[in-house]
Design a protein around this ligand. Structure first.
Ligand SMILES: Nc1nc2c(ncn2[C@@H]2O[C@H](COP(=O)(O)OP(=O)(O)O)[C@@H](O)[C@H]2O)c(=O)[nH]1
Ligand SMILES: [Mg+2]
Length: 219
């Protein structure tokens, strides 16, 4: 019985996500769902990325957290539109929450829409938000064993960002272990080693973003 309930929740979510996808298709922007454990550097990456995309590429941000508007405050001056979604006890964003946030947004004016999901490596993987691309972050302090452990998240990724690589010399983290696990789970998504602190990998990340947007806009 419990399984049926879970299935119907996911089905209802998928229907709303499909409607979001149709809306986004007409808007000419690239929508990205950023997923990772808490503290892996999602907001910091957006703080770095949005100014580099510049005024020619206006950005909207939806940011999910259980509580507080702290991330929205960090991003509010950078993005042309920022909405904080508080999920209370919810461990992921749902398509309905995203649809409600999008209703008040002028999508035509945006080049990129970043959706920062609730920090969690399990639940967000099950909930389609109607995004064009899924961005999964893994930070060096989290450990090199997480790809295999939280495989459902990494399997779905369109790009994987290995963040905080400035800490590689401090912590015992084997990048080759991550690459080996990804070779078994997801050979489609590029792995971009990145540091918001030193700027390493940021150019590659920006190039990936522009290429994905060009592909979406070209239809
Ligand atoms: N050393 C280092 N710390 C980082 C980097 N990116 C983020 N952090 C730190 O990691 C912590 C969590 O970052 P935050 O962006 O809030 O993570 P989020 O929960 O995924 O949004 C903050 O203290 C950041 O300053 C990085 O590239 N290198
Ligand atoms: Mg954050």
């Amino acid at each position: 019985m419990k399984i049926h309930v879970v299935e119907s929740v996911l089905k209802a979510n998928d229907a709303v996500a499909a409607a979001i996808r149709r809306t986004l298709q007409q808007a000419g922007l690239l929508a990205l769902n950023l997923m990772s454990g808490p503290g892996s550097g999602k907001t910091t990456l957006l703080e770095k990325t949005i100014p580099l995309l510049g005024p020619r590429h206006p950005c909207g941000v939806l940011v999910g957290d259980l509580q507080t508007t702290r991330d929205a405050e960090r991003l509010g001056d950078l993005a042309v539109h920022t909405t904080q979604i508080n999920t209370g006890t919810g461990c992921h964003l749902s398509a309905t929450q995203v649809a409600e946030a999008l209703a008040g947004l002028d999508l035509q004016s945006l080049a990129f829409l970043f959706i920062e999901n609730v920090g969690n490596m399990v639940c967000p993987a099950a909930f389609d938000l109607g995004e064009h691309r899924k961005v999964v972050l893994l930070s060096v302090p989290e450990g090199d064993d997480k790809v295999a452990k939280y495989y459902t998240l990494f399997q779905q990724a369109d790009v994987i960002l290995l963040t905080k690589v400035d800490l590689l010399g401090v912590l015992d983290f084997r990048v080759d272990r991550v690459r080996e696990d990804l070779a078994r789970l997801n050979t489609r998504a590029p792995l971009i080693p990145l540091s918001a602190k030193t700027g390493e990998g940021i150019d590659e990340w920006l190039a990936w973003l522009h290429a994905q947007r060009a592909a979406i806009v070209a239809g």
